[in-house]
Design a protein around this ligand. Structure first.
Ligand SMILES: [Fe+2]
Length: 193
């Protein structure tokens, strides 16, 4: 399995957009938080968060090619699924974009549902922080997140259904938000919030 250093090297090589790098890092820590809660492997779950959008800059953020070309990057880097990249990490990454007609992997496992939920909540919590007077993640409360989730025109691009699917891994929505806020707060300086 690749080390975290190797995963970071991949990120440095392929992801230049500042917000995207932060989004991948935020998704990593939220996945670690969820893994801790479920007593799953924190490294493996974190890895799926850290690498899930690896090809997004590479495909120039083209939704038609996104996640499809993740495989091309693995090939270029001579990384083998099942050896360097655990099969469940690969499946979670592919299925987080199951809406693409050419992606056959669907969200099935706990890690799959957790990744779809975590990467969507990451963006949503950033949006919640940015509307606080001090723009700090520490000013974001669970209740206000729950309220904003119900407001359809707030952070429209975020897929609420994927966030709500956290219940499929056996964690309530409230608890999930609490976990994610705690993890995001732990890297507040790094993510500039
Ligand atoms: Fe993402």
């Amino acid at each position: 399995m690749i080390t975290r250093e190797q995963a970071l090297e991949l990120l440095n090589k392929y992801v230049q957009t500042p917000w995207l790098r932060l989004h991948m890092r935020e998704s990593e820590v939220i996945m670690i938080g969820v893994a801790k809660e479920l007593k799953e492997d924190e490294y493996i779950w974190g890895l799926s968060g850290l690498l899930h959008d690896l090809d997004f800059d590479y495909v120039n953020k083209d939704p038609q090619r996104h996640v499809i070309e993740f495989d091309i990057l693995l090939e270029k880097e001579n990384l083998k699924v099942g050896e360097d990249i655990p099969i469940d990490v690969y499946h979670a990454i592919k299925s987080h974009y199951e809406d693409h007609p050419d992606i056959k992997e669907k969200r099935e496992s706990k890690m799959d549902f957790a990744l779809g939920a975590s990467e969507n909540l990451s963006g949503f919590l950033v949006a919640c922080a940015l509307v606080q007077p001090d723009k700090k993640i520490s000013s974001v409360g669970i209740d206000s997140v729950l309220k904003k989730l119900k407001k359809k025109d707030f952070a429209k691009a975020v897929n609420r259904e994927y966030i709500y699917d956290i219940e499929k891994v056996g964690i309530s929505l409230e608890r999930f938000i609490e976990i994610a806020l705690k993890e995001m707060n732990s890297i507040a300086d790094e993510i500039g919030l």
